[in-house]
Write a protein that binds this ligand. Structure first.
Ligand code: IPM
Ligand code: MG
Length: 360
């Protein structure tokens, strides 16, 4: 029997509630396919700060490094807002991405036919949308130096550095072209090359790499235009490749095509074996302990783990189909319920998805 060891980093807020349901679903998949998943919980984020005075303790990082894959809930809570920046929960997320070299962040924005009415956009605009955003995750202005706030010309001066090495652009471009090859073979690279030098290098490098993938159609778009096009006509996109900060912004924007942040999963891959899976939403501390948060994004993230870490494509599809069937049968958590509709709890949603997973 195959065994996989999963580092389980539930984090803060509703992180535990959503990862609990993803664990349930993975166990159900394990039963179906005779795979054992072992889960090793560790602290990350504010809860780790409370225990160890750091949001990313070495013990957590060591366990993550030794695992076959990492499942993360979310980090952050208002009660840590006054902490110094180096120990804020968000630092743990940036820290673990960097430490595990998780440079390729895959964020699919899929509009499920069962939920097109949820989108704030017109149904005919969003229906059938299926975009894969590939966000570079360990470079850019997020990690560039020099950075800081200092005193200059008699006033405070804050600065960060938006920068990429060619090698960083090359490796993410290879990932994006390969993903596009396995989809509809269209790749749109998003930058701000009309203004930024770093984007000129980005564009040149992506064009160079494209020569290795003649079957993929490459287009380029400025980020301001891309933000507009995602709303105007999202169906024109197949795969979007972009840097860290643009990807952060565009992926939140794209999540609204599907109507709820609570639906969107993500995978963060390295060039080695290890990868991390997390919902794109935050920790929603206001919903903590109420058993109402939507676990679907985390369940679908566990699905991405099966596909990208363990090559279990069939089991991945089973999870996606079970989620879709549950939605089709009319079950909704509060964030995706229309007015007057009955809602189910976080745990019920997990159970309903497991039932459908085992019955197909
Ligand atoms: C995300 C988040 C993080 C980011 C924050 C919480 C540091 O917004 O994963 O998109 O900016 O990358
Ligand atoms: Mg974000």
């Amino acid at each position: 029997m195959t065994t996989y060891n999963i580092a389980l980093l539930a984090g803060d807020g509703t992180g535990k509630e959503v990862t609990d349901e993803a664990v349930k679903v993975l166990k159900a998949v394990g039963n179906k396919y005779s795979i054992t998943f072992n889960f090793e919980p560790s602290l990350i984020g504010g809860c780790a700060y409370d225990e160890y005075k750091t949001p990313l303790p070495d013990i957590t990082l060591d366990r993550a490094k030794k695992s076959d894959a990492v499942l993360l809930g979310a980090v952050g809570d208002w009660k840590y807002d006054s902490l110094p920046p180096e120990v804020r929960p968000e630092k743990a997320l940036l820290g673990i991405r960097k430490a595990l070299n998780l440079f390729a962040n895959l964020r699919p924005a899929t509009v499920y036919p069962e939920l097109t009415e949820l989108s704030p956009l017109k149904e005919n605009v969003v229906s059938g949308t299926d975009i894969m955003i590939i966000r570079e995750l360990t470079g850019d202005v997020y990690f560039g130096t020099p950075k800081g706030i200092e005193f200059k010309n008699n006033e405070k001066y804050g600065y960060n550095n938006m920068c990429y090495f060619e090698s960083e652009i090359k490796r993410i471009a290879h990932v994006a072209f390969k993903v596009a090859q396995a989809r509809n073979k269209k790749l749109c690279s998003v930058d701000k090359a009309n203004v930024l030098d770093v984007s000129r290098l980005w564009r040149e490098t992506v064009a160079d790499i494209s020569k290795n993938y003649p079957d993929v159609e490459l287009t380029n778009m400025y980020v301001d235009n891309a933000a507009m096009q995602i709303i105007r006509n999202p169906k024109q996109f197949d795969v979007i490749l972009t840097g860290n900060i643009f990807g952060d912004i565009l992926s939140d924007e794209a999540s609204m095509l599907s109507g709820s942040l609570g639906l969107l999963p993500s995978a963060s891959l390295s060039d080695g074996k290890l990868a991390m899976y997390e919902p794109i939403h935050g920790s929603a501390p206001d919903l903590k302990g109420k058993n109402i948060v939507n676990p679907i994004a985390t369940i679908l993230s566990a699905g991405m783990m099966l596909k990208y870490s363990f090559n279990l494509d069939k089991a991945h599809d089973d999870i996606v189909n079970a989620v879709r069937k549950t939605l089709k049968d009319g079950y909704r958590t509060q964030d995706i319920a229309q007015t007057g509709m009955e809602t189910v709890s976080t745990q019920q949603m997990g159970n309903l998805i497991c039932d459908r997973l085992l019955s197909n």
